[in-house]
Design a protein around this ligand. Structure first.
Ligand code: F6P
Length: 403
């Protein structure tokens, strides 16, 4: 998809590609579009237009914006016809006329949920306007902050003049939910599993900036012997990593009183977290390594020699291959859903100490990597991946703590 089309957002990962939904998708879930009302994200086509372009009584401006919206919608429908399940159409859609156009285009192709976010907090609006001028591509070529600020304010006035609240079709309204204190969510004409999951996801997500630190456990005794799975202790090198990690976390999160450390239930992650003090530690079964079933404790060489068919099947399709009496990557992705929702919900930093396969899936979710790449993502030992979540999207830094 190109930049005019819907972005591959995290919600799509979570809801649109759940393996358990695939059987039903054609009949029940095919084609949900969430369209966002009152979003001020500009499309590349509309960049560097001044506020006049957005006036409701400027016919050229209205026509050009409708044209772009229709093009984006066409792209989205084409993507859904190729098997896409949930698309996010990010635009203002703040008039009934525009929404009617989208609903007409959707007829027979997909269902639409409008998402309207309302914010009555003047400070938050002011902060978001400032961020918009500083960080949005709409104003990247405007060197004068004040001029950008004034222009954007009059653009908002122009939108306000023609704004008609969403009262039609299926919609979700999120009212004053930004701060995490109170707020309200209104849900209209929404039923079914997938739409219900969308509501659940939206209730839990927010844009408060906070880091998520992902790391594998320190080297384990099984790692040293190239054995997979198991529940072994740390090697000497792994123990050194656990101390270095503790120093790092102490420095990085010293002023973050509400931070927490999440591990799996396996010894190697619990021991890696051992030296970290001053933060609550939570063990998640869902963070345990991929279950390698009958191959648990073997080396890849042994699997190749003793179970060549299994070895070949995994090589052919590592994403879908399920170890006999164990799991596939798709199984791991599915069991991570509650962890992902909890990570979205947190407003304080979280350190996740887990395992190679699990971290590949978690990382792919935040970094927007396609499903088929997940089993092949590099996830080295003794490296911290810091994901910064916030208004401007997701940023990433890496720290290698050992040479
Ligand atoms: O080798 C370490 C390990 O965490 C194993 O326990 C696990 O089976 C494996 O990595 C997962 O990686 P891959 O899917 O590449 O085999």
């Amino acid at each position: 998809m190109n930049s005019l089309q819907c972005r591959n957002l995290r919600l799509v990962f979570l809801l649109g590609e759940r393996p358990s939904l695939q059987l039903n998708s054609l009949v029940i879930f095919a084609g949900w579009v969430i369209t966002q009302n009152i979003s001020m994200l500009g499309r590349r086509f509309l960049l560097m237009q001044n506020a006049d372009f957005f006036r409701g009584d400027n016919p050229e401006g209205v026509e050009a914006r409708n044209e772009v919206a229709a093009l984006a919608m066409e792209d989205m429908i084409a993507w859904m016809q190729e098997g896409g399940q949930v698309g996010i159409f990010d635009a203002t859609n703040s008039t009934r006329e525009r929404r009617n156009m989208l609903m007409k285009m959707a007829e027979g192709n997909c269902k639409i949920i409008f998402l309207e976010t309302l914010c009555n907090d003047k400070r938050i609006i002011e902060r978001n306007i400032r961020l918009k001028i500083q960080q949005s591509p709409d104003y990247s070529e405007q060197p004068d902050f004040e001029a950008g600020y004034e222009d954007f304010k009059s653009r908002l006035d122009n939108y306000e003049k023609v704004y008609e609240p969403v009262e039609e079709g299926s919609y979700i309204k999120m009212i004053d939910m930004v701060s995490g204190n109170g707020g309200q969510i209104q849900v209209n004409n929404i039923s079914g599993y997938l739409p219900g999951r969308i509501v659940f996801f939206l209730v839990n997500m927010h844009l408060t900036p906070r880091p998520i630190l992902l790391t594998r456990h320190g080297e384990s005794r099984y790692n040293v012997r190239s054995r997979i799975g198991g529940d072994s202790l740390l090697s000497d090198t792994g123990e050194i990593y656990s101390k270095k990690l503790s120093n790092f976390v102490e420095k990085r999160l010293k002023s973050e009183k509400a931070a927490s450390i999440w591990t799996s239930t396996l010894q190697r992650t619990i021991l890696t977290a051992g030296p970290i003090v001053g933060f609550p530690k939570i063990q998640w079964r869902a963070l345990d390594e991929i279950n390698s079933g009958v191959c648990d404790g073997m080396t890849y060489e042994e699997i190749k020699r003793n179970m060549p068919e299994e070895y070949e099947s995994r090589k052919k399709d590592k994403l879908r291959y399920r170890y006999p009496r164990g799991e596939s990557y798709l199984d791991v992705i599915q069991r991570l859903e509650p962890v992902i929702i909890e990570l979205e919900r947190q407003r304080a930093p979280v350190v996740v100490i887990s395992h190679q396969a699990v971290l590949r899936a978690l990382y792919a979710y935040f970094a927007d990597r396609p499903l088929k790449e997940i089993p092949h993502i590099e996830m080295p030992l003794h490296t911290i991946i810091e994901i910064q979540m916030g208004v401007t999207g997701v940023q990433e830094k890496r720290y290698k703590l050992m040479d």
